[in-house]
Design a protein around this ligand. Structure first.
Ligand code: ADP
Length: 480
């Protein structure tokens, strides 16, 4: 958690206090105006019109600050807010000095307002500035006393005809100096303790809200996973239901004796049911393979030094009969020798078999399928390039998802689980690689697999301890 400074934590609060201070000042303006108007009839003639002028000036700058504070509403820049608060305190101090001057100088009963001013100052601004303010108040009072004593400024007694008493004024000055510094000290020690508590509280709240946010995020993720899981299960069930339905119908027809299994029609129906069973088995096998890979197998058969040239060469050999049947020419184009530091040979065979077989299956007769192998920096780049039906543009992003089959593929080849590319993606990513596709309908597709040559699986340490090793084919067998 990033520790926040006092100013950052309290900036919004300081803004709130400035607004409150602004309202308080309107009360002071009202008080001063009332005093200036009610003073003469009550026997205090010196307060009119001086206090009225002070009230007008205070009202004018209060209005100005109101606008400034409102403009700062969204920014909450702590240093600007502190500067605004300090300016207000200085102007208030000046207004208070003038008020004191016109209500009997240092003999004025309004001297008590210095105490209020200092307490408010300590709350609003930092202690350092509050002490400075106390110094300014003391110095202002001293200058006022000196100016009045020397006749530079006139003496305006609150009660008419009362004399200027230098001794009382000096005592009041001393009381004022002790008073303002004492008040700042006391108020500061209380405010400081409160601020420390508040910071602790804010930090605890921050930590709590961080945890809460994290929990919310995890909950959202879990809900997403749950949703995907249930969609996956629904799609899987759907994939299994229709072939099972077909098999059930065939068995029912034969069982009820509607068709004799010994007849040609019966044999045809049974052969059809066997085909459907085969495709059902291949869906189940693919689903199991995918689930096994995704479970993060603890004992995945990682091997050292997996030779991709050999693996791809063997695959091309084994798929040659399928290619021949469909009149597709297989073209190996290997440049360089790609050896993966670590790999799971059965999974790699499964993935590349899917890619190459798709290239044959979705190709057009008398076209070619090129399997290209290149070494680029620390990567083995394998491209499977066919000249077949291609993938419609709006399916390009989806074909790596389970059960997604483009309409042209379904039309071209009714057999298919829609799981092959999901397996490819899973295998490639478990090897720290990427797979992508470029395709144009009717022109062909290019699948590009990039595998890091020296990908180190997280299980590597354990595997090294158990002495697992050997190249492709040495201990893991060939095709699965
Ligand atoms: P399947 O081939 O069993 O349908 P895959 O997961 O292997 O499932 O492929 C998903 C879909 O991606 C296919 O149904 C097809 O629409 C598209 N596809 C994959 N490879 C090719 C290819 N080489 N040419 C055209 N379409 C392809």
């Amino acid at each position: 958690m990033i520790a926040r400074s006092f100013q950052q934590i309290f900036a919004p609060e300081l803004h709130g206090r400035l607004v409150w201070f602004n309202r308080l000042r309107w009360c002071a303006v009202a008080g001063l105006t009332l005093a200036s108007l009610a003073g003469p009839p009550l026997g205090f003639p010196s307060v009119w019109p001086s206090l009225f002028v002070v009230a007008s000036v205070v009202a004018a700058y209060n209005l100005l600050f109101l606008l400034v504070v409102r403009a700062q509403r969204l920014e909450h820049d702590p240093s600007t807010l502190c500067a605004i608060a300090f300016c207000q305190m200085v102007l208030d101090l000046a207004a208070l000095m003038v008020t004191i001057h016109f209500t009997g100088g240092l003999q004025s009963p309004l001297m008590v307002f210095f105490a209020f001013h200092m307490v408010i100052g300590t709350i609003m601004i930092t202690a350092r500035w509050a002490y400075l303010l106390a110094g300014a108040a003391s110095l202002g009072a001293l200058l006022l006393l000196t100016a009045e004593a020397r006749g530079v400024l006139g003496f305006h007694p609150l009660v008419p005809d009362s004399a200027f008493d230098i001794t009382i004024s000096r005592l009041n000055l001393l009381a004022l100096i002790f008073g303002v510094f004492g008040i700042v000290y006391l108020a500061d020690s209380v405010v400081r303790r409160l601020k420390r508590r508040s910071i602790e509280l804010y930090e605890a709240t921050d930590a709590l809200s961080e945890r809460t946010e994290e929990l919310h995020r995890l909950l959202k993720e879990m809900k997403g996973v749950e949703r995907r899981k249930s969609l996956y299960m629904r799609m899987s069930a759907h994939q299994l239901r229709s072939p099972l339905g077909t098999i059930r119908t065939v068995l029912r027809v034969l069982d009820k004796g509607f068709v004799d299994p010994a007849t040609d029609q019966g044999r045809k129906m049974l052969a059809g049911a066997v085909d459907v069973t085969d495709s059902l088995l291949s869906v189940i096998n693919d689903l199991l393979a995918l689930a096994k890979m995704r479970e993060g197998r603890k004992h995945a058969p990682w091997s050292r030094d997996v030779n991709l040239n050999q693996l791809l060469g063997d695959l091309l050999d084994s798929l040659a009969p399928d290619a021949e049947k469909r009149h597709v020419a297989l073209v190996p184009d290997f440049k360089g020798v790609a050896v993966l530091g670590w790999g799971i040979p059965p999974d790699l065979v499964h993935a590349f078999e899917n890619l190459i077989y798709n290239g044959i299956k979705y190709n057009l007769p008398d076209r070619s399928l090129t399997v290209e192998l290149r070494i680029a920096d620390e990567f083995a780049v394998i491209r499977v390039i066919d000249q077949g039906i291609g993938i419609p543009e709006d399916y390009l992003d989806q074909v790596f998802m389970e059960f997604v089959r483009a309409p042209n593929a379904k039309h071209h080849e009714s057999e298919g689980t829609g799981l092959g590319l999901a397996i490819v993606k899973e295998v490639v990513e478990s090897h720290g690689g990427t797979v992508s596709v470029e395709s144009r309908t009717g022109e062909g597709s290019t699948f590009t697999v990039r595998l890091t040559l020296n990908h180190i699986p997280s299980e590597a340490e354990r595997l090294l301890q158990t002495g697992n090793g050997g190249g492709y084919g040495a201990e893991t067998g060939r095709r699965v």
